[in-house]
Design a protein around this ligand. Structure first.
Ligand SMILES: O=P(O)(O)OC[C@H]1O[C@H](OP(=O)(O)OP(=O)(O)O)[C@H](O)[C@@H]1O
Ligand code: HPA
Ligand SMILES: [Mg+2]
Length: 186
């Protein structure tokens, strides 16, 4: 498994400590509010589970799945809802939980979509942010870590659907991911 990995960017301890801090901030900011976490499948699953355990108040948890990347490592810009929420967002304070913001296209679409459904508020928490790759401005309220423009795996993030279960975040070796075509090489 490790032969595709160039470098560990964030260790499990670093990630755990940062998620505890994010949990404390969110608990403070959402006191007395009707907080609903909306995890974006599949990448956000591990981060969402860890974050929810560190929020010290009642929360609702729901999930959406959108399709934007497929097997390419770059976004097509076309976002399609593959699995919608089970709960209504009306009058709820929504916190979208993402593993990574890259071009921003997925989150830009999702925030607009949830606001149109009359959520009381819509904010974003992401474990990772790759600001160099942004194609559209998205206001991000909580950021775990800013990372350089490298294709990363682990802690929920995949390369061709694999490596999501690594307990750390690592950059892929050159050649596994082709920066020329911006595609993963099989
Ligand atoms: O800012 P963007 O350029 O839109 O990219 C970020 C999105 O892309 C990845 O999801 P992916 O489509 O790979 O699905 P997955 O979570 O199931 O891996 C990631 O988990 C984010 O949801
Ligand atoms: O660096 C990344 N790794 C995995 N999935 C992603 N989706 C956007 N950026 C990435
Ligand atoms: Mg993916």
């Amino acid at each position: 498994m490790k032969n595709i990995i160039k470098e560990i960017l964030l260790t499990e301890d670093q990630i755990t400590a940062r998620i505890k801090e994010l949990g404390r901030m969110i608990t403070e900011d959402y006191k007395g509010k009707n907080l609903m976490l909306v995890g974006i499948l599949k990448g956000a699953v591990i981060f969402m589970a860890e974050l929810a355990k560190n929020i010290d108040m009642p929360v609702l948890m729901d999930f959406m799945a959108v399709s934007s990347y497929g097997k390419s490592s770059t976004s097509t810009g076309i976002v399609r809802i593959v699995k919608d929420l089970d709960c209504s967002v009306e009058d709820k304070d929504i916190l979208i939980v993402e593993d990574i913001i890259d071009t921003g296209l997925t989150l830009s679409y999702l925030t607009d979509n949830l606001k149109k459904r009359r959520a009381k508020s819509v904010k974003i928490v992401t474990l990772l942010d790759k600001p160099e790759r942004r194609k559209t401005e998205v206001p991000v309220d909580y950021i775990g870590f800013k990372i350089p423009d490298e294709f990363v795996v682990g802690y929920g993030l995949d390369y061709a659907e694999q490596y999501r279960n690594l307990p750390y975040v690592a950059a892929l070796k050159e050649g596994v991911y082709s920066s020329k075509t911006d595609n993963v090489v099989f």
